[in-house]
Ligand binder design. Structure first.
Ligand code: GLN
Length: 529
């Protein structure tokens, strides 16, 4: 059980970067020799994020142990460099499921099962079961949300139980700037701290988020009204590069402030190597989740971590209807076709693939993107015009992508895909093999139900001969990696035409973006030179 706890809560608005704050603090303290673990609490009733629409909630992040998590776990992994697991995310759905199952088993026999103490007990036990010396707990949503209440209560109780001096409460708020009167408005922050106090939590540190640097007198005011000492009120204004945050926190001496408050010792030196310059390479991400950039978070961050401008999302549905890839993709130096589900926008993505193949524009297909590259190859090179995935056309004459045998029997949609890490073999002398520094084995994460129908269509693929330097037939699609299914494909004679069934984006870390993205960027730069 952790000895010390940092609880990160949010007020005023959601989406102001609590996750980044939690991740940055974890990384900072880790840099000073502490064994830090992170727990994201999500007050929604879903068991996990797997069944949620990325347009509303952002991407689903997949851990190595096959858990479909909130995207904040992606921040934690990228910032801390450590792999997360299903234990790092607790949802209200999990808590209630467990309590109700216990009730049915008769474990509460005789008692009336209640939110307090039974549900809170369940939450406290999950928190206590975490590993690490210091646990950073991030409570999703904002204070005052009905569904979050029980978690605030559980954490409050736990702080009484384990000693208030072992708990540091950080409240992250947003302070708006009013242009008409030329001033920052601290009232919403004051009120959200009042909400916290009403629950019985007095914050010990306030992270004030603003669009640009705030004036010191506003911070004085926040300190006065919230009862948080002035040196524990910290301003974090918007930055284009979130990887600066740990360094900014260090400049503010947040690590020493936390250490002093929690009475812990720091050692070593925080050494943080993150990209600072971004080359103006234009990459199009042809997708259909346009509600928020968060829907493609890990891919976008993977490119950013290569020291390149963030890719721009291009609407695959519009491309499908309106047609001309020439117009849609003009000015882009490279293309990524991301993962996805369902038929919407598929033909737009295929148009983009044809365009990239013919115009020799570097292109990377991920999961669904790779499946569409295979379909495009069969339609336009092999000549099977009706080639498709049974996901989009169950009766297609050429089911080059087909549902896995085990998946045909699956009735529940939650958590039943092929999920998480799995080993694959990479074939020597392929581009992928070079990308991986000539490794022949690697473990990658997955999230899919459909795969290349290799058995039925194998004659149209090339599998490189392990003993020769040539990839046999120049025109055929090369299978560059396999597990019990096709993991990756590529085309020879193209600057970069690579498709992967797995999700490289989930393994990028600060200072160490996944090599597949680094290779895409390199291929683009080579072409531009
Ligand atoms: N819809 C496809 C499948 O289920 C691709 C999934 C994905 O891109 N993550 O196989």
């Amino acid at each position: 059980m952790p000895k010390k706890f940092i609880v990160v809560t949010g007020g005023v608005l959601s989406g102001i970067g609590k996750g980044i704050v939690a991740a940055s603090i974890s990384r900072l303290l880790n840099g000073y020799g502490l064994d830090v673990n992170v727990l994201k609490i999500d007050p929604y009733l879903n068991m996990d994020a797997g069944t949620m629409n990325p347009n509303q909630h952002g991407e689903v992040f997949v851990t190595d142990d096959g858990y479909e998590a909130d995207l904040d776990l992606g921040h934690y992994e990228r910032f801390t460099g450590k792999d997360m697991s299903r234990k790092n995310n607790l949802t209200a759905g999990q808590v209630y499921y467990s309590v109700i199952s216990k009730e049915r088993r008769g474990e509460y026999l005789g008692s009336t099962v209640q939110v307090v103490p039974h549900v809170t007990e369940e939450i406290k036990n999950r928190i206590k079961s975490m590993e690490g010396e210091l646990l950073v707990i991030e409570i999703g949503g904002t204070v005052g949300d009905i569904e979050g209440e029980v978690f605030f209560e559980a954490v409050r109780e736990l702080s009484m139980e384990l000693g208030l001096d072992n708990f540091l409460f950080i409240h992250t708020t947003f302070v708006p700037y009013l242009g008409t009167t030329n001033e920052f408005k601290t009232k919403p922050t004051q009120q959200s701290v009042q909400l916290l106090r009403r629950i019985g939590i007095q914050p010990n540190m306030i992270v004030v988020r603003t669009e640009f640097p705030i004036d010191p007198s506003s911070l004085d005011k926040i300190s006065l009204f919230t009862g948080v000492s002035r040196n524990m009120v910290i301003n974090l204004y918007d930055t284009k590069n979130v990887y600066e945050i740990p360094e900014i926190l260090k400049e503010y001496n947040v690590h020493s402030k936390i250490a002093k408050f929690l009475n812990i010792e720091l050692s070593g030196n925080f050494d943080w190597d993150y990209p600072k310059v971004f080359r103006p390479i234009k990459i199009a991400l042809v997708g259909k989740y346009l509600g928020t950039d968060d829907a493609y978070k890990s891919i976008i961050e993977s490119i950013f971590l290569c020291g390149v401008e963030k890719p721009r999302v291009v609407d695959s549905e519009l491309l499908e209807e309106d047609g001309n890839p020439e117009e849609f993709l003009k000015g882009f130096d490279g293309i990524i076709i991301p993962g996805g589900f369902g038929k919407r926008g598929i033909e737009g993505k295929i148009k983009a693939i044809t365009y990239a193949r013919e115009r020799r524009i570097p292109i990377l297909g991920i999961c669904l993107g790779m499946q569409l590259m295979v379909i495009e190859y069969f339609r336009n090179i092999v000549g099977f015009k009706e080639a498709n995935s049974t996901e989009f056309d169950p009766n297609t004459k050429y089911p080059v992508i087909d549902i896995m045998e085990e998946q045909k029997k699956v009735l529940n949609l939650g958590g039943t895909m092929r999920l998480g890490g799995q080993e694959m073999r990479i074939f020597p002398n392929t581009r992928l093999w070079k990308i991986y520094g000539e490794l022949t084995e690697e473990r990658e994460r997955h999230r899919h139900r459909y795969e290349v129908n290799f058995d039925e269509f194998k004659e149209h693929f090339t599998i490189p001969n392990e003993n020769s330097n040539e990839n046999n037939d120049e025109k055929k699609l090369v299978v560059s990696a396999m597990s019990d299914f096709v993991e990756a494909i590529e085309l020879n004679n193209h600057p970069f035409f690579v498709g992967v069934q797995f999700h490289p984006e989930y393994r990028s870390k600060v200072g160490n973006p996944h090599p597949v993205f680094a290779a895409l960027v390199k291929a683009i730069e080579k072409k531009l030179r």
